[in-house]
Design a protein around this ligand. Structure first.
Ligand SMILES: Nc1ncnc2c1ncn2[C@@H]1O[C@H](COP(=O)(O)OP(=O)(O)OP(=O)(O)O)[C@@H](O)[C@H]1O
Ligand SMILES: [Mg+2]
Length: 303
């Protein structure tokens, strides 16, 4: 067996969810079980995409993974330690896991953008200078101009509030970052800037990102691991490349991203085209180009 394989298997996961179930209001008649037996492991540098229909339990899961809700059974382990113990063990551990929530309004509460982004670093006891450096780095990270720093929170648009909420956790510099639909309502360019910076952050720091998103194209482009929830159950966890196989998507009844869907539709009307693992517009265009007969007619035939 190759050495690196042994090494990978020996590593303690940075974050592990172990047979986790959750019920809202467990002691009342109107108890509501919403998560059932969720289990997966993440290692440093992993970027996890979480997908699932509305109400499938994504936000509940990420609240448990950030330590805000406690699992009804099973556990979340951070570096092998149960999450509530990990958070209490050392004051600095509180800053190692950070989350943004579906509604940015739940997160922003100080008067100006600067004060809101600086809140985390100040609480960590960082100097004025270091805090300022982190605030500027964080506002760049989310692609907002520095002139926003003096602006009042209530003067911001919905998308700007979302960016400030993300900047607030970037300024803390956590090891585990959990973002619940961070790009919902953001324009395409803003989303790309934030997601590509997240991917870089993950890689360079060996941190973990958990991204809840309804956009399979985003998941395909930025994440290396994926989790799919349906009615509170885990129907897929594995490499994103595995999820994106046409056969897996069809089995899970997930909607195909447009480039793949176009090829599937072409196949259905009789064109002889290989459609597996095609998710980018560029790859799909190349297939269509071949179909048009621009490959010297060697491999692809029109039926
Ligand atoms: N505070 C609560 N008390 C009781 N039930 C709740 C509570 N919050 C959420 N639920 C229920 O838990 C289930 C999962 O909700 P959750 O918010 O985790 O879904 P989601 O996958 O994030 O959905 P969306 O894509 O709409 O954000 C839903 O059926 C919801 O009604
Ligand atoms: Mg949600």
């Amino acid at each position: 067996m190759p050495m690196n394989k042994i090494k990978t298997q020996d590593k303690t996961p940075a974050l592990e969810v172990e047979d986790l179930s959750f019920t809202y209001n467990p002691d009342f008649n109107y108890k509501n079980p919403v998560l059932f037996g969720i289990s997966f492991k993440l290692f440093p540098g992993d970027f996890l995409g979480v997908v699932g229909e509305s109400g499938s339990g994504k936000s509940t899961l990420v609240r448990i993974m950030s330590g805000l809700l406690k699992a009804t059974s099973g556990a979340v382990l951070v570096k092998g330690m149960e999450i509530s113990r990990f958070l209490k063990k050392d004051k600095s551990n509180r800053f190692k896991i950070s989350a943004t929530f579906q509604s940015p309004e739940d997160q922003l509460f100080l008067e100006t953008v600067y004060k809101d982004i600086a809140f985390g670093p100040y609480n960590m006891g960082l100097s004025h200078e270091e805090t300022k450096k982190r605030v500027i780095n964080a506002i760049n990270f989310v692609g907002l101009d520095k002139s926003f720093l003096d602006q009042g929170i209530f003067e911001l648009s919905g998308g700007e509030k979302r960016k400030v909420a993300i900047a607030g956790i970037i300024a803390i510099g956590p090891e585990i970052l959990i973002l619940d639909e961070p790009t919902a309502g953001l324009d395409y360019n803003s989303s790309q800037i934030i997601l590509s910076n997240m991917k870089k952050y993950c890689k360079t720091r060996g941190s973990i990102f958990v991204l809840v998103s309804h956009n399979l194209k985003e998941i395909a482009k930025y994440t290396n691991k994926a989790l799919v929830l349906r009615n509170g159950k885990q129907v897929f966890f594995g490499n994103t490349s595995e999820l994106l196989k046409l056969s897996t998507l069809e089995k899970l009844k997930l909607p195909l991203p447009d480039p793949a869907d176009i090829l599937v539709q072409l196949k259905k009307i009789g064109y002889n085209v290989e459609v597996n693992d095609i998710f980018s517009t560029k790859e799909a265009s190349e297939k269509v180009y071949e179909l048009l007969g621009h490959n010297d007619g060697k491999n692809v035939k029109l039926l």
